[in-house]
Design a protein around this ligand. Sequence first.
Ligand code: ZN
Length: 428
Amino acid sequence: MFWQGEYECMDRGELELLQLERLQATLNRVARNVPLYRKRFAELGIDPYDVQSLEDVKSLPFTTKEDLRQHYPYGLFAVPLRDVVRMQTSTGTTGKPTVVGYTSGDVRRWSELAARILTAGGITKDDAVQIAYNYGLFTGAFGIHSGAELIGASVIPSSSGDARRQISIMQDYRTTALVCTPSYALHLADTLEEMNINKTALSLRFGLFGSEPWTEETRLEIETRLGIQATDNYGLSEITAVAGECLERTGLHINEDHFLPEIVNPLTGEVLPPGQKGELVLTTLTKEAFPLVRFRTGDLTALIETPCTCGRTLRRMTRIPGRSDDMLIIRGSNVFPAQIEGVIATTGIHNPHYQIVLDRVGHMDRATIMLEAPESFCTDSIKESQRILENVRIRLHTELGVAFEVRLVEPKTITYEAQGRIIDRRKM
Ligand code: ZN
């Protein structure tokens, strides 16, 4: 089953012609409307009209997350604000988020791409799709939501939150498909057991999981415990719905007619030969409001060149095993240590000495910050220390969307030499 078979199963030669045509249009648009690209192209002596083949993309400059941060909020928009119908934010490498704008055409294409991913994962108009992503933080929730509506499925936007309530909704509404992070799916499986409900009492058939790295073992566990077929999908808040698995589950089909993928050496930026693992770099081919040229995703993967038995000709990428930078994924939210440090500093604790400890309790991530008490801190009253700690906790939750436990430890007790700044005890 395909959603847009004419594109998903396109002849490779035709697809490449379409990609080139769209690439040229994108380059012209950014050179005309986005000062950063105009400047960079001029510096490198690049004329968008000189790009005559897909190979030529190699000569173009990269766009980094740092570029996005520096042009906050609207510096990289390629259309005037009056043409933007939606804005969503994503967390960047520091406290400052990235604002991503969408024209009505962007929103329509995004829905189509999400509909492709849902269809590839087995969803039809007969399904009741429960979306248990946090709508406030996840760009992904909105994409899947509109994609499922486009297919004609019944959407249940249960959002994140109380697991028992999710199970009740699943039972009462006879949910057939679950969309959430893989760790949350396992947490729901635990809750099901706690509630003494057999999986056969549910109507679940499919699960579409994303937003955090997971393994084949986890897939098997989710499938067995929830009695479903589980597929992986991949998207980026800066870009939208990039790729998704079909039911063959041998890699994620990239929506190549909308995004041009490259794999580069994360250290040198050099393009790697086909099949080799490296950092995924994406150029958007159809985005109007927020086009990106050679965006460094920070995600490590490889492109699979062999055809898939499902009939799609879109190339696949291997599942994302990890990031090329120091980003942490905590309960599906992206967090950088630098952000944590930045937030702590705003509470009046300068140059904080801290360690981040990540555990998995049941199937949920637990994030604890061990904060070394500054000298001045200890002499203050306990009440005052508690107030400051509570302030740190609230600020972290508000700014990063992650509930951290914050603990105070004696001065000079944290040594980074042994374990580093981050202790991740979660088993994937
Ligand atoms: Zn396939």
